[in-house]
Design a protein around this ligand. Sequence first.
Ligand SMILES: *[C@@H]1O[C@H](CO)[C@@H](O)[C@H](O)[C@H]1NC(C)=O
Ligand SMILES: *[C@@H]1O[C@H](CO)[C@@H](O)[C@H](O)[C@H]1NC(C)=O
Length: 274
Amino acid sequence: MAILIPFALLILPAIFGLLPPHATADHVLYTGEVLMAGQNLTNGQYRLAMQSNCDLVLYEGETPTWTASTAGKGNDCYLGLKHNGELVVRRNVHYTLWSSSNKSKKGKYALVLDGHGKLGIYGQRRWASSNQKETGVLDRSVVSTEYVLYSGERLAPPKKLKYKHYELGFKKCNLVISDSRTGKVLWQTSTEANSCYAQLEADGELTVKHRNNRLWSSNKKSENGPYVAVLRFDGRLNVYGPLIWSLDRKDDSLFPDASSSSFPRTGDFMAPNE
Ligand SMILES: *[C@@H]1O[C@H](CO)[C@@H](O)[C@H](O)[C@H]1NC(C)=O
Ligand SMILES: *[C@@H]1O[C@H](CO)[C@@H](O)[C@H](O)[C@H]1NC(C)=O
């Protein structure tokens, strides 16, 4: 096992190095994407900022509520989400200054800043809608619409998930992904009944129901835990989970001191007012 860790550290910088430096994410960052200095994930009054002073800071309004304590530790620092689900602050392409430490299987993950200011890494990806990926012009404008469905939540009409011109919602009982510019249906469940809702179950299965009857299911489930269904920038709906790491500003147990971390080069965790 000891050999695997250095190997992973050697090859993963190469993966980041080849990627264009962008984050399509507005409050979601996907595997392989990076948040460059000056960029943010924003959800309502909450903001995760990769600052030009190299620090990664979570804000509630103007108030910092958490920091990775990497200020001044390098130039051209960035935040990346690795293919093992680990979130890292790096400088000089590969040198890791801070890590979320919790690693998992190789796969596709999503970092989500939710509407309560909680940061979570979900994955790996369990399911994706079968439509083709749409390609669009990258634009980093802040998106204020909701495009994430959390497990335990229902999506019932007239509620929709919206990401830019992509929409997920019901046409009668049919759950549809459409392009609002053209009205084109990209994907649908073709379900029929009077009144329906979609639900993301605790085991990651996405269902369409009429009352308690299942009319459609993604047929992909895994261990119980928090999951998310995300309407992505490519027009597809993806389910990620369960949660492998989280940071909740209200929970002090999530600020362990650096000495208890298994990761050798982790920066200090510190609440800003300590
Ligand atoms: C990140 O947020 C800060 C503070 O609101 C803002 O000044 C900055 O322009 C944002 N960065 C981008 C790339 O939008
Ligand atoms: C890391 O994973 C362990 C095991 O699943 C979990 O108990 C712990 O809460 C996770 N750490 C964080 C900070 O989420």
